[in-house]
Ligand binder design. Structure first.
Ligand code: NAP
Length: 311
């Protein structure tokens, strides 16, 4: 099994010969999919995608490739000769890759980042599956369509926050607040979305004063900051504001690294329905798979594989 090995961008050169003779469970099984990142060793995508590839009888596997920022352009270019079907992109490549692909899905263009590349004939096509993966996660976890919800995004200035804000605007959510520590970023994102999609977004700061009345006006509160990735991180929602949560609210924390985040603890204390980012991770992966194979991903197999590696 090669899932724990980290390959390098150099392995993609020379027509990616390294990847041709790989085996999986004793059978010859070339690598034709990968995640590019720096760092990348922590990624759970290989386990999730390899389970899907196996159950669907695809004769290829998914590997991790450590790609430094200065290697990204050539690594993407080499996907053709290495006979890859596509890749996922993680930190720090999601924005930089926009300029190295041939076509960009219009929603991904607006999200300002791609996390999926599909190799189609001579072209590289870029997609963002974080936004649609988030919408699918909300449907699955709370049984409601994103388009029916009034939204507060905490941390709209980052990559995940931007993808979620654009997805909410595409879904025509009736009200969208984007709160960010650096107010300028929320303001420019809101202006950009309003101009492109003619959907009104209210930018605001992440301060208790600015947020004081917002919970009364929203249904779904989302953490799109990295707060919660470390066990002792504070919540992005000030306690004075968390006290305003009622049982009608929904809380979604995009953090999926395990453990209970401070935001989820606030939701639990208020008796609010809540979910962590694992469902978004699952659905963004399933949608990537569908871009590569143009067929439905085996969602339950991928879910079980994620559960097995993440506990
Ligand atoms: P990022 O681009 O680095 O996001 C930075 C955002 O977080 C900015 O809005 C930033 O505000 C804010 N922020 C950072 N530290 C903060 C702090 N101490 N207090 C308040 N705000 C803070 O990161 P990202 O890639 O978007 O990831 C954000 C989160 O989404 C991570 O937890 C990641 O695991 C999660 N994520 C989950 C999935 C999934 O599938 N579940 C997918 C992608 C990302 P400023 O603008 O003021 O700096």
């Amino acid at each position: 099994m090669t899932a724990s090995i980290v390959y390098t961008a150099a392995d993609l050169a020379e027509k990616g010969e390294v990847f041709r003779d790989l085996t999986f469970d004793g059978e010859r099984c070339p690598a034709r999919l990968a995640v590019f990142g720096d760092p990348v060793a922590h990624s759970k995508s290989p386990q999730m995608h390899n389970a899907a590839l196996q159950v669907q009888g695809k004769d290829c596997q998914y590997v991790r490739i450590l790609v430094r920022p200065e290697e990204l352009e050539e690594a993407l270019h080499n996907l053709h000769s290495a006979r890859f079907l596509g890749v996922n992109l993680t930190i720090p490549h999601k924005q930089a890759a926009l300029k190295f692909v041939d076509e960009i899905d219009p929603d991904a263009q607006l999200m300002g980042a791609i996390n999926t590349v599909a190799v189609q004939e001579e072209k590289l096509i870029g997609y963002n599956t974080d936004g649609p993966g988030f919408a699918a996660a909300i449907k699955e976890k709370f049984g409601v369509e994103l388009k029916t919800l009034r939204i507060l995004i905490l941390g709209g200035g980052g990559g995940a926050g931007r993808a979620i804000a654009v997805q909410c605007a595409i879904s025509q959510c009736p009200m969208i607040f984007v709160a960010n520590r650096t107010l300028d970023k929320a303001e420019s994102l809101s202006a950009e979305i309003e101009q492109s999609l003619q959907v009104a977004i209210t930018p605001m700061s992440l301060s208790p004063q600015a947020l004081a009345d917002t919970p009364f006006e929203v249904d779904l509160i989302i953490n799109a900051t990295p707060l919660g990735m470390k066990p002792d991180d504070p919540s992005p929602l000030p306690d004075s504001v968390a006290r305003l949560l009622t049982q009608d609210h929904l809380v979604y924390d995009t953090v999926y690294s395990g453990g209970t985040t401070a935001l989820i603890r606030q939701a639990q204390a208020a008796g609010v329905r809540h979910a962590n980012g694992r469902s978004m991770l699952l659905h963004q992966g399933a949608i990537s798979y569908e871009h590569w194979f143009s067929e439905e991903a085996p969602l339950e197999t991928m879910r079980a594989a994620l559960r097995a590696v993440m506990g």
